[in-house]
Design a protein around this ligand. Sequence first.
Ligand code: MD3
Ligand code: FE
Length: 221
Amino acid sequence: MQPSNFDLFADNEPQQQPRADQIGEQSWVLRGFALPVVDQLLPALENVLEAAPLRSMMTPGGFSMSVGTSSCGALGWITDRSGYRYSSVDPLSGAPWPAMPEAFAELAHSAATQAGFPDFVADSCLINRYIPGAKMSLHQDKDENAYAAPIVSLSLGLPAMFLFGGFARSDKTQRVPLLHGDMVIWGGVDRLRFHGVLPIKQGRHPQLGEQRINLTFRVAG
Ligand code: MD3
Ligand code: FE
């Protein structure tokens, strides 16, 4: 099946009903899926970031990421001069990552179930913080041990233009706008597609302020 085209702004009606948009053979955007629970997620996120603050990590190539990152759950994604990998301890504190809040785990599980992955139990939640101008270049997520599990993401705060490519970096990309409360599930054949995020535009979100926060739930171990 061909990915459907996006016409999020084709009508000016506010989205009252949760809506699922298929962007790949096994990839779905659940519009506004998290909105009913955002007020429970934000205090939990604050607690996590108190214990494991956002930091700008160094890529193996020696560049500082424009995105601030942290993690919760059994495993956290890290990068430094020796490479990308998952670690059970936060290198900043030397302590285990904060536990995954119940509200996070439940939300990720219910979104995955909605998209046809009812067995999804994340052991890692990567927190990415974008300030205006921050971006994520096209890449594949290959550091997890299991590619059978999908990746589930939650967008919060400022809007982003997500780039969804193919299996080679040079493949044509489709642009997918992601708004506060949207969740995306990437699984199966789409799991290793190239993807990225265009630079975030200036703006202020009523709840999150001048930032976008993206949570990605993974089975990393
Ligand atoms: C698509 N994060 O952390 S959502 C990342 O918005 C990352 O912060 C972006 O790419 C963000 O690695 C995009 C997550 C995402 C994760 C894995 C994918 C999208 C994916 C794997 C395949 C296709
Ligand atoms: Fe990624």
